[in-house]
Design a protein. Structure first.
Ligand code: FAD
Ligand code: AMP
Length: 478
């Protein structure tokens, strides 16, 4: 096997493997280096997303949603189910099967595209030399015209709450509890905390979420965040804001968590505790001091708008660089870098990246929030429409939440969309397409939406921007 490639990608998560496939499609001789090894001694591809992130969390969210429906919510439909049982081992086995199907799929795709997969831990040295240390202690060096760093991220830690893999776990541990904890504490009411807290709450745990910030989901549109908070509280998630965890003490009987809230100091006992306080870029040992790669003030690899680092021929994509830590953001960066390596002038519109919280109902957003537009002094119009007035939502018993659309007051161009409610992720994706096509709310107003669909809430919210929604009484416009 040759030790020289046109492109070496370090990391096989959604940023790395997508970049490698696009490089291979463009005819570049490409290798992927992955340090994760599976139980079959083969490289375990797919990164955080496929192994311990997006996919297993969604598998458990779907399973737990079905359980909660069967156990409690189907009586409205006239369906009675007696003796609903829960088999956590089977639920976990299903999740694992989905993970291995997808990671195996990535392996097949890399093979079919003629990409070389190298197992081991890579370090980038000067002159785009990549040293790969194998588990058996051996080491080999490869060179490439271009190196793409896609080493991803790992759960962030906080000193008061060290993860011990037993009572105190990170997101990875929370994806494989063998039983439902009676009382579950979650530090951090961000995306990951909300998703994992929801899984175990639906399966029967009493969940308390401790969030240091006073504001719930501060990056979301304030109106949608407030609405979501009310829905989650009704579901039984006890979300305590302004609650900063200061100490954790583990005993045979449980885990005592001390937190400050205002001037008070409180302690709560839980059976298990999930630490979900964000993620950190995985840069340790990834590059040598003379590689030319630098990091920014937050520890992310420094890149320009096109994901080029300060070292010639070295690129970085995904969670390891600035921007939202989202699989689809990393994948599209990977495609952009492959195209640039091939000499094309590809770019990524960072203003139009959707973000989704996969609770039930989902919370999803794209573009500007109302508070951002206010802060930027933009003259804007806003339209909201509640799912309670959507026939399909009523038929499905999914009436909570709303669609909100924001547009420029002069040009009418759509600037943002925010949804909490059924199929929020898919509805926001419609607005992603609209914004990319430079659509106005008038464009949406003039389009025909199928009936009865959840999408009609998008149509009505676009009409509401101009005070002309049909199925509600419009408030007078500013
Ligand atoms: P990663 O997926 O972290 O992959 C990096 C890979 O590089 C890993 O396989 C690692 O082993 C390998 N690696 C690292 N260092 C080296 C080295 N030196 N040598 C060789 N290999 C190395 N995002 C979404 O968009 N939607 C979601 O629904 C979603 N849900 C999530 C749920 C959870 C519980 C978590 C934890 C995350 C979730 N995310 C979600 C975030 C998403 O998983 C990440 O944004 C995404 O995986 C980042 O992709 P990446 O390729 O940059 O890095
Ligand atoms: P995210 O980055 O979306 O995954 O959210 C992580 C959340 O954890 C943030 O909202 C942080 O405010 C919160 N957080 C961080 N440290 C603490 C702490 N010591 N106690 C409580 N919450 C915390």
């Amino acid at each position: 096997m040759s030790d020289s490639f046109e492109v070496i990608v370090i990391g096989s998560g959604p940023a790395g493997y997508v970049c490698a496939i696009r490089c291979a499609q463009l005819g570049l001789k490409t290798a992927v280096i992955e340090q994760n090894v599976g139980s079959n001694d083969q490289p375990q591809l797919g990164g955080t997303c496929l192994n311990v992130g997006c996919i297993p969390s969604k598998a458990l969210l779907d399973s737990s949603h079905r359980y909660a429906e069967a156990a409690g919510h189907l009586s409205d439909h006239g369906i009675g189910i007696s003796d609903v049982t829960l088999d956590i081992a089977s639920m976990m086995a299903r999740k694992e099967k989905i993970v291995s199907q997808l990671t195996g799929g990535v392996s097949g795709l890399l093979k079919a595209n003629g990409i070389t997969v190298i197992t081991g831990t890579a370090t980038l040295n000067a002159g785009r030399q990549v040293a790969v240390a194998s588990a058996d202690g051996s080491s080999q060096t490869y060179t490439a015209d271009h190196v793409v760093l896609a080493a991803g991220s790992e759960p962030a830690a906080i000193p008061p709450a060290p993860v011990n893999g037993d009572r105190v776990v990170d997101s990875t541990g929370a994806l494989c509890f063998e039983a439902v904890p009676q009382r579950l504490g979650v530090i951090g009411a961000g995306v990951i905390g909300l998703e994992l807290g929801s899984v175990w709450a639906r399966l029967g745990a009493e969940v308390v979420m401790l969030e240091a910030m006073d504001q719930f989901l501060p990056n979301m549109d304030e109106q949608i965040a407030a609405e979501s908070g009310k829905i989650f509280a009704k579901q039984g998630l006890d979300i305590r804001l302004g609650a900063r965890v200061t100490g954790v003490s583990v005993s045979d009987d449980g885990v005592d968590v001390t937190y400050s809230q205002g001037d008070a100091s409180e302690t709560e006992r839980f059976d298990r505790l999930i630490v979900a306080v964000g993620r950190s870029p995985r840069t340790t040992g990834l590059f040598s001091a003379d590689s030319g790669v630098t990091v920014d003030e937050r520890g992310f690899i420094f890149v320009n708008d096109y994901c080029a680092t300060e070292a010639p021929g070295v690129w970085a994509v995904g969670d390891i660089v600035r921007g939202p830590m989202l699989a689809h953001k990393g994948s599209e960066e990977g495609v952009m870098v492959a195209e640039r390596i091939h000499g094309k002038s590809a770019q990524l519109n960072y203003d139009v990246i959707p973000s989704i919280i996969y609770t039930h109902p989902e919370v999803a957003a794209v573009g500007k929030t109302e508070q951002e537009l206010k802060a930027e002094g933009v003259d804007y119009k806003a339209g909201t429409f509640p799912f309670a007035a959507i026939g399909r939502a009523l038929a499905s018993g999914e009436t909570e939440g709303m669609v909100k659309i924001l547009s420029d007051a002069d040009s009418d161009q759509i600037l943002g969309a925010h949804v909490v409610g059924p199929s929020a992720a898919d509805l926001v994706q419609q607005i992603v397409i609209a914004i990319e096509m430079a659509a106005s709310t008038e464009d949406l107003q003039l389009m025909v939406f199928g009936h009865p669909t959840m999408s009609e809430a998008v149509h009505e919210a676009a009409l509401a921007v101009d005070g002309r929604a049909i199925h509600m009484v419009n408030r007078p416009k500013r």
